[in-house]
Design a protein around this ligand. Structure first.
Ligand code: F6P
Length: 532
């Protein structure tokens, strides 16, 4: 199918807007429009998204909204919600929204009953009715990787003030050190191990599950549970059916936190808070379904991403939560975004016409300020920043929270407005520095500014707001995938490495002969020499 004219026109209009705005400094955009913040700041209840420090204006945003319309974002969203097989390469529906009441599940799939069942199990663990050989469960170890790890691990850390159940631990890496270090101080008679794997075949997870079973020893049978779509695999591993919790192939791994993959989290925070977490996501689902494109928060975030990536040509995004408990959020969004939209062909298999998913990375502020922010302020590349912060602290010193937020806002200011050579000169003159010294130091102390950021702000980080925040990013990824016309719901790019690793294992373990390239054969040989 050829790209329809309307879509080409919309892209051309967006690019023309970018050329109009490219030479205009953010300082000038603010100076020219006293109502800029009001015009470019969007809200859903307490959730507030400030786009005014992005290098765009109302006219550019209108062109972007037109692009979303021309790309058929609304039709694809409706197809997603209706359970059509939008994951074309795997011929599957994409219905993670149905896990939280944001869409209808396919007929016959008992989402509500499964939720009740795994939350019932979580509560039984919390009450001590499901216990270890040595007493009530004190620790839960979730074994999983990718979407079967990052979601619950991130959310458990984010909601640590809400945890009133057993301690939660997460083991993902096939490096045996991960499990060894995690269980070093745990009591195998009071630890519940949950094996979380959609396929129940993932090499890392199955290797760690076997190691954990050995560590549990005689307690393995009563103290292991599993979450998977592969019920036969769980049974073959020896996990009794009453401790196996299923989900469905229409839940992608990186979208599975809302399913029983969230079991560890539910044991930590309890059923009521887990339901509040789902409700937060459902509120965002309702918003994305109902709000007009021009006021639809995930649509706007997605369009800003398109603007940065395709109109202005910036290949990376720094995601900086000013919240220590969101320290795993950048890693979570990395998988969500890069596994979804790191694609090079369109939904019908042709090379894409534009750049697709950006590189997402980040660390919490203020730590990041003392590591890589120097480059963001004065390096040669423009790196757009997404700031995320809560207005109110939870179980944390309020004065520290003021320091935290002051730093968050200051970074956005410094990036956008910088410090001109004239300002630096005036400041140094007032401080009594000599003209020679001023001339020597001004270039080093000047900040160009004109570097964009979006600030995402909300009341406080609780189960509801975390669910809503995650769903905001999920839908943003959807919007961008729709505009790029890629399938955001497969991940063939991770398969080749898995297959190649499989072929290398016998060579490393049993001295089996190895075919293939000289570098890899050379490295295998060197590993063997070093092992002795
Ligand atoms: O990394 C590829 C991937 O398939 C992810 O999409 C997924 O979240 C992860 O592996 C784990 O898969 P599973 O839950 O089947 O063990």
């Amino acid at each position: 199918m050829d790209r329809p004219d309307a879509l080409d026109r919309a892209w051309r209009a967006v690019r023309a807007e970018a050329e109009r705005l490219r030479p205009i400094h953010l300082r000038e955009l603010f100076a020219a429009d006293a109502g800029r913040f009001g015009g470019l700041c969007f809200r859903l209840d307490d959730l507030t998204i400030d786009l005014s420090k992005e290098k765009l204006d109302g006219q550019a945003l209108a062109a972007l909204v037109e692009l979303a319309r021309a790309a058929g974002v609304e039709a694809l969203r409706d197809a997603l919600v209706a359970g059509e097989p939008v994951n074309l390469t795997e011929e599957r529906a994409v219905l993670h929204m149905a896990l939280r009441g944001g869409a209808e599940p396919p007929a016959g799939d008992d989402v509500a009953g499964t939720l009740d069942r795994f939350l019932g199990f979580a509560e039984a663990v919390r009450r001590g009715e499901v216990a270890g050989a040595g007493g009530p469960v004190s620790d839960v170890v979730n074994i999983g990787i990718g979407g079967s790890d990052l979601g619950p691990a991130m959310a458990a850390r984010a909601l640590s003030p809400d945890r009133d159940g057993p301690r939660l631990h997460f083991v993902s890496n096939v490096d045996g050190a991960h499990l060894a270090d995690t269980v070093a101080d745990l009591d195998p008679a009071r630890t519940l191990v949950i094996v979380s794997s959609k396929t129940f075949t993932t090499l890392e997870t199955m290797a760690n599950a076997r190691l954990a079973r050995d560590w549990l020893g005689p307690h393995a049978e009563r103290q292991m549970a599993a979450v998977s779509t592969n019920l036969a695999g769980c049974a073959a591993f020896g996990i009794p059916a009453e401790r196996v919790f299923g989900f469905w192939d229409w839940v992608g791994g990186r979208y599975s936190l809302w399913s029983a993959i969230g079991l560890s989290l539910a044991i930590g925070i309890g059923a009521a808070r887990f339901r509040a977490f789902l409700a937060g996501a459902a509120a965002m689902d309702q918003h994305v379904r109902e709000a007009p494109l021009a006021r639809n928060l995930p649509v706007l975030l997605g369009l800003v991403g398109i603007w940065r990536r395709n109109a202005l040509g910036w290949p990376t995004v720094a995601l900086i939560p000013y919240d220590q408990r969101l320290e795993r959020f950048p890693a979570y969004v990395q998988q969500l975004d890069m596994e979804s939209n790191g694609k090079r062909v369109t939904r019908d298999g042709r090379p894409v016409a534009t750049a697709t998913g950006p590189v997402i990375w980040g660390e919490p502020g203020t730590n990041a300020q003392h590591s890589f922010f120097q480059l963001l302020h004065q390096g040669t590349d423009v790196v757009p920043v997404d700031f995320v912060a809560a207005a109110r602290p939870r179980r944390a010193d309020p004065e520290h929270h003021a320091l935290l937020l002051a730093n968050c806002l200051a970074q956005g200011q410094a990036l956008a407005f910088g410090r001109s050579a004239e300002e630096v000169e005036a400041e140094m003159t007032a401080a009594g520095r000599s003209p020679e010294e001023i001339a020597r130091l001004v270039p080093h102390r000047t900040f160009p500014g004109d570097r964009p950021s979006t600030t995402i702000l909300f009341g406080e980080l609780d189960p509801f707001s975390l669910g809503r925040l995650i769903a905001l990013f999920e839908h943003k990824v959807f919007v961008q995938g729709a505009i790029w016309d890629v399938n955001s719901y497969d991940q063939w790019g991770v398969e080749l490495g898995k297959a190649l690793a499989g072929a290398l294992i016998p060579a490393l373990r049993d001295d089996a002969p190895l075919a293939g390239d000289a570098s890899t054969r050379g490295l295998v040989g060197r590993i063997k020499e070093l092992k002795g």
